[in-house]
Design a protein around this ligand. Structure first.
Ligand code: HEC
Length: 253
């Protein structure tokens, strides 16, 4: 067994343990909010309120029988209006987006419920201010467009790498009897990030890859949880067994 440059938490000064605890705690809260965000922006697209593989498929590759507006109205936007208003809009889409009916019935609902967010001043959301604008989201749903994917990809690649680097830098001070397991836990998220993001694009053309999105997301979460839990536990409650302690560092075989 080799423990090159290994310093256990229990040998670190108090200030470093407090710094690590603060960082891990706040990152955990951030991770929980990220999960809530994933859930609220994807769940329900397929009509069933739980998050499922079909929701992921619809998010990335689109829905065979719906429009962007309909997917949003059964999914993440369903909370923005009453069920009656929702039915009126869906009925209007299915009956062929008639312009006269738009002016008499639809525009007032959209003005009241949607355009506070969906207007021309917000470049990230489709505008719903005019009939022409609304036509853009009543076309066949082909999933997230490639430019949004690229934008979200680079944010995730930078953000997650940063987070897992921090977590790994803390976790390397943990004691694990099996060093390969420690290395695996640190390596998993980086592999998973790449698989996850690559699968968003593949899912657009080959839907079973939605499973890779889910599995790699799950592995990332598992590795995050284990690294944080083991670190926090060992920072405050654990002394490594004698065989891993003698000088604490630079002990090699
Ligand atoms: C509080 C702000 C807000 C309101 C109000 C709102 N939306 Fe949204 N809408 C968003 C955000 C943020 C997104 C993008 C995130 C997401 O997909 O969950 C979005 C996404 C959408 C999309 C999908 C866009 C795409 O390219 O996939 C549609 C369609 C949509 N909204 C329609 C509506 C309709 C119709 C209403 C009114 C009934 C409405 N929204 C009300 C904030 C809002």
């Amino acid at each position: 067994m080799s423990w090159r440059f290994y310093v256990h938490f229990s040998r670190l000064p108090m200030v470093q343990r407090v710094l690590y605890t603060g960082t891990l705690s706040v990152l955990t809260v951030g991770y929980l909010f990220a999960m809530i965000h994933i859930f609220s922006s994807h769940a329900g697209r397929d009509g069933d309120p739980m998050l499922s593989v079909d929701d992921i498929i619809i998010a990335y590759s689109g829905s065979k029988n719906g429009t962007v507006l309909e997917s949003a109205l059964v999914g993440p936007m369903s909370r923005m209006l009453s069920p009656e208003e929702n039915m009126v809009i869906v009925g209007w889409i299915r009956s062929g987006v008639n312009e006269k009916k738009y002016n008499t019935e639809i525009k007032s609902v959209l003005d009241k419920r949607c355009i506070t967010c969906h207007n021309k001043r917000n470049p990230h959301l489709p505008s719903l201010e005019s009939y022409q604008d609304v036509l853009h989201v009543t076309e066949q749903d082909t999933g997230m467009d490639i430019f949004s994917l690229i934008r979200v990809s680079h944010i995730h690649l930078f953000g997650l790498t940063f987070i897992f680097f921090l977590i790994g830098m803390v976790f390397r001070h943990a004691y694990m009897r099996q060093e390969w397991l420690k290395i695996t836990l640190v390596a998993i998220p980086f592999i998973a990030i790449i698989c996850d993001i690559a699968s968003w694009y593949v899912t657009k053309v080959y839907q079973p890859f939605a499973w890779i999105v889910i599995i790699s997301g799950g592995l990332m979460g598992l590795s995050f949880a284990l690294q944080v839990f083991i670190s926090l536990y060992q920072i405050w409650f654990f002394k490594p067994p004698a065989e891993a302690r003698p000088q604490g560092l630079c002990e090699t075989d």
